[in-house]
Design a binder for this molecule. Structure first.
Ligand code: UD1
Length: 420
């Protein structure tokens, strides 16, 4: 297993190019099952994308990879409609094939994802939505076994809770269903918007894109015409590197970013005291004279993203005063707290609220990554810790950050990838 060794207190500064968004690439890859041919550009070279490509290949898709970031996928000769446990357990987002497989082939089996480090994460809302569209679903031997031999029918679905992949699954199912589907309490994340735009480019009518009510007129089972799409920049990767600048109180510039997707993050950085410079093709964080403690609550987009909570907790250790972070989306997304405490952070945790005392001196130690974003919070902490920090189990990190050492080195981080 690989681990990262980082020397803290080095001079940070420089530029980084942001990769395509993992969370947009995944639903787009799953959507390829609805198309004659789909060409995708700006795919990030991360483990989760490779896992989904492997699943599509296993299902029978013909995949031509022109370069690392470009693939052409043809889903004409599907031989399986089963997403097996060994793949789904590696990546929960494999649930995204449920809607497209069911809509196009009238049946599928998808392993139940089960729990994960950040909480229970059920998929009941995905299942209920498919049932409302006429699918028959049973749970057998740990699998969601779904069938809709006569195809899916448009329906009116109100999600009890806002769910990103649930909305995406339903959108893909609705695109090939017969009639109109209305989705209430839909997720509004930029990744959901990009999926809508892809479907629209294939001729599907969608009203309300970017709002919480989506109306989709399905193709009635007709496969979607060939299309081409470029994945949007990764707002969470961008936010993480902005935090690298923030924790070191240094200028870091990002290119290939969409600042409008980062509004909640930028607002919070400004509130803490940083300057933000937005130019046509780049975005920079500028050092703060004083870094104020802050309060934040994670909510659905356009609110503050849960995927940036751990990184801001690392930043809070360097601010003046007591910061308060409330995690509203995932009940167990504080696994990084005990690891940050090993580095000397003072954090008290009560239920879903963490209080972080700023101004603590962090000292390098061996720490364990527990999930994707927790891993990046440990890297950020290591940048300001005294001496070396070894971050173990970085396979979590490789799921979602492309060329992480290369990008860290580009802003002056002394980092090595080593074998256990
Ligand atoms: C997606 C993102 C993930 C991000 C999360 C929240 C992808 C691949 N992943 O995950 O990075 O942290 O959104 O922004 O895009 N829920 C249910 N039943 C369901 C579905 C969800 O109770 O059927 C609950 C979840 O447990 C959670 C909340 O709804 O408490 C939101 O989860 P959801 O938006 O579905 O997260 P994901 O789509 O899995």
């Amino acid at each position: 297993m690989d681990y990262l060794r980082i020397l803290g207190e080095q001079k940070i500064g420089g530029s980084i190019t942001i990769s395509g968004a993992k969370n947009s690439a995944l639903p787009i890859l799953a959507a390829s099952l609805l198309f004659k041919e789909l060409e995708i550009d700006n795919l990030p070279d991360v483990a989760d994308v490779k896992t989904l490509l492997r699943l599509l290949e296993y299902l029978g898709c013909d995949i031509q990879q022109e370069s690392i970031g470009n693939v052409k996928i043809r889903a004409e000769r599907i031989v399986h409609t089963k997403a097996t446990y060994d793949i789904v357990r590696k990546m929960r987002a494999s649930i995204l094939v449920l809607g497209p497989l069911l809509a196009r082939f009238g049946r599928c089996e998808v392993s139940l994802p089960g729990g994960c480090a950040i909480g229970a994460r059920p998929v009941d809302l995905h299942i209920k939505a498919m049932e409302k569209m006429g699918a028959e679903i049973v749970i057998e031997n740990g699998y969601i076994v779904a069938s809709a031999p006569k195809g899916l029918k448009g329906a009116h679905i109100s999600f009890d809770k806002i769910t990103v992949t649930g909305t995406e699954n339903l959108l893909m199912a609705a695109a090939l269903a017969s009639g109109e589907t209305i989705i209430n309490n839909a997720a509004k994340e930029p990744e959901v918007v990009q999926l809508c735009e892809l479907l629209v480019s294939a001729g599907i009518e969608i009203e309300g894109i970017g709002s919480d009510t989506l109306k989709v007129r399905g193709s009635g089972g007709e496969v979607l015409k060939s299309c081409h799409i470029k994945v949007i920049p990764d707002r969470i990767e961008a936010g993480t590197y902005l935090c690298a600048g923030a924790i070191a109180n240094a200028k870091v510039t990002l290119s290939n970013v969409n600042a409008s997707h980062l509004q909640a993050i930028l607002d919070k950085l400004e509130e803490i005291g940083f300057g933000i410079e937005i130019l046509e093709n780049s975005l920079s964080i500028l050092p703060a004279k004083k870094r104020q403690a802050f309060e934040l609550i994670t909510t659905e987009y356009p609110g503050f993203p849960t995927d940036m909570q751990a990184q801001f907790m690392a930043l809070a250790t360097q601010c003046e005063g007591m910061s308060v972070i409330e995690e509203r989306l995932f009940e167990n997304r504080f696994m990084h707290v005990s690891e940050m405490q090993r580095l000397g952070a003072y954090i008290s945790l009560k239920g879903k609220v963490a209080q972080i005392r700023g101004g603590e001196v962090l000292r390098g130690a061996d720490v364990m990554a527990t999930d994707l974003r927790a891993s990046s919070a440990l890297i950020l902490s290591a940048l300001v810790a005294k001496g070396f920090t070894q971050i173990h189990r970085i396979y979590h990190l490789d799921r979602g950050y492309e060329k992480i050492e290369q990008k860290l080195k580009a802003i002056g981080v002394e980092v090595q990838r080593l074998k256990e």
